[in-house]
Design a protein around this ligand. Structure first.
Ligand code: TRP
Ligand code: SF4
Length: 339
C-alpha cells in the first residue's frame, strides 16, 4: 500500500531554537520515513502579518531550511519546498475563497486571537490575514495530505480545512479526503529566564549557536531563587535548568533531584553538566550544518528539487479540481524544469 502523506509548514522566522527542535523538528524527523512527507516554508503566511517588512524573508527561509537539515530532516526522504514556489496553492486558495463563507472566518478562534495579539485595529485586518485558514487549508488540500503534524494551537485551522474539504465535495463531488491532525507532543522548552522560549524575549538557545555560546547561555539560566548559597538545599521543580534535564537527560533526573535537595551539588556545577549534555546533543546538528556550509550549492539543489516535486504533486490535484469544477482544462500544465 502506498504511504500516507503528511504535510507541515512553518513560517520563516529565521534561525530556530531548541523549542522548534524538540517541539517540531524531532517529530518531523521521526515521521519522514513512515509517511510520504512534505515540509515547507510558509512564506505567504508570513506575509499575513509581515507584509510591510519583507526584507529578510528570503534569508530567513534559507536559515530555517539549514536548521531543518541540521536537525536531520532528510531531503532524501522528505520533500522540502517553499510555499510561494507552488503557484497551484495560490490557485486553489482563490477557488476556495469563492466557496468559503466569510462568517466561517470571522468566528475562527485562531484568527481572532492573532488579531488581538497583534493589537490589530479593525481597519487593519487584511483580506490575507482573515483568509489565513483558507490558505492553510489550500496548502493541505493541494497536496491531498492525509495527516498534518501540528501543535495544539493549530487544531482549529485543521478543523477548518476539513470544513473546506466537505464543502468542496458537497458542491463538486468527492475530491478531497478530510485531513487529520497528528498531534505533535511538544516538549515545551522554557527560555533561559524561565519564560516561554521565544526569539522576541531574547531568552532562546539557537540550534546554530556555537558550543561556547550555548554554555554561556546555560550558565545564565535562572535556578531556584531561594537557593542563595551553595549550602542551601534547592528545589529542582522551580528550576529552569532542571526542566532541561527532564527533556535532555531523563536518566540523570533522579540523581540531580537528590543532589539539589541535599545541596551536594552547586548550581554552577549542575549547569556545567547541562551545558555539556546540551552541546553533546547539538553536536550531530553541527556536523550536518557543516556539511551544508561546505557546499553552498547543496541547499539550492534541495530547494529546487523539492519545489519541483511539490509543484508536480499540486498540479495533479489542481488538474482534478479544474475538471470537477468544469473550469478550463487547457490551462498550461506541468512546467518542466530544465534539469
Ligand atoms: N499555520 C502554521 C503555523 O503558524 C503554518 C502552516 C501554514 C501550516 N500552512 C500549513 C502547518 C499547513 C501545517 C500545514 O505554524
Ligand atoms: Fe537547579 Fe541544579 Fe541549582 Fe538545583 S542544583 S537549583 S537543579 S541548577
Amino acid at each position: 500500500m502506498a504511504k500516507k502523506r503528511i504535510l507541515s509548514g512553518m513560517r520563516p522566522t529565521g534561525q530556530l531554537h531548541l523549542g522548534h527542535w524538540l517541539g517540531v523538528l524531532t517529530n518531523w524527523e521521526r515521521l519522514q520515513g513512515e509517511y510520504d512527507s512534505y515540509f515547507f516554508a510558509a512564506d505567504w503566511h508570513a506575509l499575513t502579518t509581515k507584509y510591510n517588512d519583507t526584507a529578510d524573508i528570503r534569508q530567513d527561509t534559507r536559515l530555517m531550511f539549514l536548521d531543518w537539515l541540521a536537525a536531520g530532516v532528510d531531503p532524501e526522504q522528505a520533500t522540502l519546498f517553499i510555499q510561494s514556489s507552488v503557484l497551484e496553492v495560490a490557485e486553489l486558495n482563490l477557488l476556495f475563497s469563492m466557496i468559503t463563507p466569510v462568517n466561517w472566518l470571522q468566528r475562527n478562534p485562531t484568527v481572532k486571537e492573532q488579531a488581538e495579539e497583534l493589537h490589530l485595529a479593525e481597519d487593519s485586518m487584511t483580506q490575507g490575514l482573515l483568509g489565513y485558514p483558507v490558505l492553510m487549508g489550500s496548502d493541505i488540500l493541494a497536496f491531498k495530505s492525509d495527516r498534518v503534524p501540528v501543535g495544539k494551537d493549530q487544531l482549529p485551522h485543521l478543523e477548518f480545512s476539513r470544513d473546506m474539504a466537505r464543502r468542496f465535495n458537497h458542491l463538486y463531488g468527492q475530491t478531497f479526503a478530510e485531513p487529520q491532525a497528528v498531534l505533535t507532543e511538544a516538549a515545551s522548552m522554557v527560555g533561559t529566564d524561565g519564560r516561554k522560549m521565544s526569539k522576541s524575549y531574547g531568552n532562546d538557545i539557537k540550534l546554530a549557536d556555537p558550543a561556547d555560546v550555548v554554555t554561556q547561555k546555560v550558565m545564565t539560566m535562572v535556578t531556584d531563587p531561594q537557593r542563595q548559597r551553595r549550602t542551601d538545599p534547592g528545589n529542582p521543580e522551580v528550576c529552569t535548568v532542571f526542566s532541561y534535564y527532564k527533556v535532555l537527560a531523563p536518566q540523570l533526573v533522579s540523581q540531580v533531584d537528590t543532589e539539589c535537595r541535599s545541596a551536594t551539588i552547586g548550581c554552577v556545577q549542575c549547569k556545567r553538566r547541562m551545558a555539556e549534555t546540551l552541546n553533546g546533543a547539538l553536536d550531530p546538528l553541527r556536523e550536518r550544518r557543516e556539511h551544508f556550509a561546505r557546499q553552498p550549492d547543496l541547499l539550492d539543489d534541495v530547494i529546487r528539487d523539492g519545489n519541483r516535486k511539490a509543484r508536480e504533486t499540486a498540479q495533479e490535484t489542481l488538474a482534478e479540481v479544474r475538471e470537477v469544477m468544469k473550469l478550463n482544462v487547457h490551462t498550461p500544465a506541468v512546467t518542466k524544469s530544465p534539469r
